[in-house]
Write a protein that binds this ligand. Structure first.
Ligand code: ASP
Ligand code: MG
Length: 432
C-alpha cells in the first residue's frame, strides 16, 4: 500500500544483493528497480547490499600493500566502507525513481556484534531505527557485512560473505516474510555449474543440507547465514538478480517437499593441511592444540589422529584449514613449543563432499563415493562424515575430476532419469 495509506500491516521483505548485482551503475539501477517494484507491490522493503564487484578484495589488497599484518580494527574500518558506498549509490537511484530511501551503516541499523574483528558474530539486532523509517514509508538500505561492538564501540565486520548474515539477521528481527538473496546465479545447484555443465538447479533444499553444502564449499550463502536462518526460522530464497526465475527456497526439513536421496556435490580447492608428527600420546595434547587454534579463531575442518603404532608410542595428527588461515595456524602451533617432533604444512589440498539427507537411512553411500574416486585414480587422503555428508580430502589438482565423477555416479544431472512423481533421483542405483 502506497502513498499515505495505513501501512502497518504490509509485509516486510528483506532483499540482499551480492557484489556482482551492484557492480556498476547499470546493476545498481537494476537492483533499485527490483527494490522499488517490491515496494510498489505493497511490501515494506529493507535491502542489504554487498560491496560493489571486487571492492572487498581490492580493499584487502590495499591493506596488504601497506602492512604485512594489518591491524584488525583498522581492517574493519577499511572493509566496511565498500558496503556503505553501494547503499548510498542505490539510495540515490531509488530517489530518482520517485521513492524515499535511506541508507544506514550496520551500526546505524542496530547490528550489534561481539568484538572479534574481521569475523564478528551478531549478538543483537536493535532494529527500531529501521522500523521507524519503514513506518515513514521509506525504503531502508543497510550496509551488509558489518556491525558495531557495544563493548569496544568499534566497527566490526562479519567475515567474507557476511552480507548474507546481515540480511538473515534483519529478516529475523523484523519478522520478515522472506529473505531474498539476489545473486549472479539462478539458485542453488547440485554442483558448481562452472564445473558440471548438467548441474541441476534445486527448487528447494533443507536448512540441514544447505548447512552442509555451505560448510563444504558451495559459495551461494555464507555458512553463518544458514545457521542463523535455521535457528530463527527465516525462509531464504536464493535467486538471480539478472533474470526472473523460480530460484531455490531454503526451508525446514518438514517443509522441504522434495527429498532427494543425494542433494549435491560440493568442493573446495582452497584448503591446506597441517600435519604434526611425534605427538606425545597422553591426555590433554589435542585439547592444547585445538584450544590454541580456537583462541586464535582458526576454523579447523577435517581432523585425523591415529593410535601410535611405532615403538616410540608417538602419535601423528593432521587437520585441514582454509588456505588463507594456514600461516596463522602454523604460528599458533609453533607458539606451543615442543608439542610435536615435526610440523609440516601443505598448501595444495582440496576437498569434495557429497551431501544428502537421504543417506541417513541408506547404507552404501560412502562405499560408492570411495569406489567412484578410486576408479578415477583419485587418492583419498582424509575422510570425514556427518549423518548427511561424506567429505574426502584429495589433492587440489583432482577436485574437478572428482566433482564430475561423483555428480555422474549419483545421477544428479539435469538429464538424469527421475521417477514419475518427481521426488528426485532414484535410490536403486546408489543403494549398493
Ligand atoms: N563484501 C564482503 C565480501 O566480499 C561481504 C559480502 O559480500 O557478503 O566478502
Ligand atoms: Mg556472497
Amino acid at each position: 500500500m502506497l502513498g499515505g495509506m495505513p501501512d502497518g500491516a504490509a509485509d516486510i521483505v528483506v532483499m540482499k544483493f551480492g557484489g556482482t548485482s551492484v557492480a556498476g551503475a547499470e546493476q545498481i539501477k537494476r537492483a533499485a528497480g527490483r527494490i522499488v517494484a517490491a515496494r510498489e507491490r505493497g511490501k515494506r522493503v529493507v535491502a542489504v547490499l554487498s560491496a560493489r564487484g571486487k571492492t572487498t578484495d581490492e580493499l584487502v589488497a590495499a591493506a596488504h600493500e601497506i602492512s604485512e599484518r594489518p591491524v584488525a580494527r583498522e581492517m574493519d574500518m577499511l572493509l566496511s566502507t565498500g558496503e556503505r558506498i553501494s547503499c548510498a549509490l542505490c539510495a540515490m537511484a531509488i530517489h530518482d525513481m520517485g521513492h524515499e530511501a535511506i541508507s544506514l551503516t550496520g551500526s546505524q541499523a542496530g547490528i550489534v556484534t561481539d568484538s572479534s574483528h574481521t569475523k564478528a558474530r551478531i549478538i543483537d539486532v536493535r532494529a527500531d531505527r529501521i522500523r521507524q523509517a519503514l513506518e515513514q514509508d521509506r525504503i531502508v538500505l543497510v550496509a551488509g557485512f558489518q556491525g558495531v561492538s557495544t563493548d569496544s564501540r568499534d566497527v566490526t565486520t562479519l567475515g567474507r560473505g557476511g552480507s548474507d548474515t546481515t540480511a538473515v539477521a534483519l529478516a529475523a528481527a523484523l519478522d520478515a516474510e522472506v529473505c531474498e538473496i539476489y545473486t549472479d546465479v539462478r539458485g542453488v545447484y547440485s554442483a558448481d555449474p562452472r564445473i558440471v555443465p548438467d548441474a541441476r538447479m534445486l527448487d528447494q533444499i533443507s536448512f540441514e543440507e544447505m548447512l552442509e553444502m555451505a560448510a563444504s564449499g558451495a559459495g551461494v550463502l555464507q555458512l553463518r547465514s544458514v545457521e542463523y536462518a535455521r535457528n530463527h526460522g527465516v525462509r531464504i530464497h536464493c535467486r538471480s538478480s539478472f533474470e526472473d526465475g523460480p530460484g531455490t527456497l531454503v526451508v525446514s526439513e518438514e517443509e522441504a517437499m522434495e527429498n532427494p536421496f543425494i542433494t549435491g556435490v560440493t568442493h573446495s580447492d582452497a584448503e591446506a593441511r597441517v600435519t604434526l608428527t611425534g605427538l606425545r600420546d597422553e591426555p590433554g595434547v589435542a585439547g592444547r592444540i585445538f584450544g590454541a587454534l580456537a583462541d586464535a579463531n582458526v576454523n579447523v575442518d577435517v581432523i585425523i589422529q591415529n593410535e601410535p603404532v611405532g615403538d616410540d608410542q608417538l602419535a601423528d595428527l593432521s587437520f585441514t584449514v582454509d588456505r588463507g588461515e594456514l600461516t596463522l595456524a602454523r604460528e599458533v602451533i609453533d607458539g606451543l613449543g615442543d608439542v610435536a617432533v615435526q610440523v609440516k604444512a601443505e598448501e595444495q589440498i582440496g576437498k569434495v563432499s557429497v551431501v544428502g539427507a537421504g543417506m541417513r537411512s541408506h547404507p552404501g553411500v560412502a562405499a560408492k563415493v570411495f569406489e567412484t574416486l578410486g576408479s578415477e585414480g583419485i587418492n583419498i587422503e582424509m575422510i570425514s562424515t556427518s549423518p548427511i555428508k561424506i567429505s574426502c580430502v584429495i589433492g587440489a589438482d583432482r577436485v574437478k575430476d572428482a566433482v564430475l565423477a561423483l555428480h555422474a555416479a549419483f545421477e544428479l544431472g539435469d538429464d538424469a532419469i527421475r521417477p514419475e512423481d518427481g521426488t528426485g533421483n532414484t535410490t536403486s542405483t546408489v543403494a549398493g
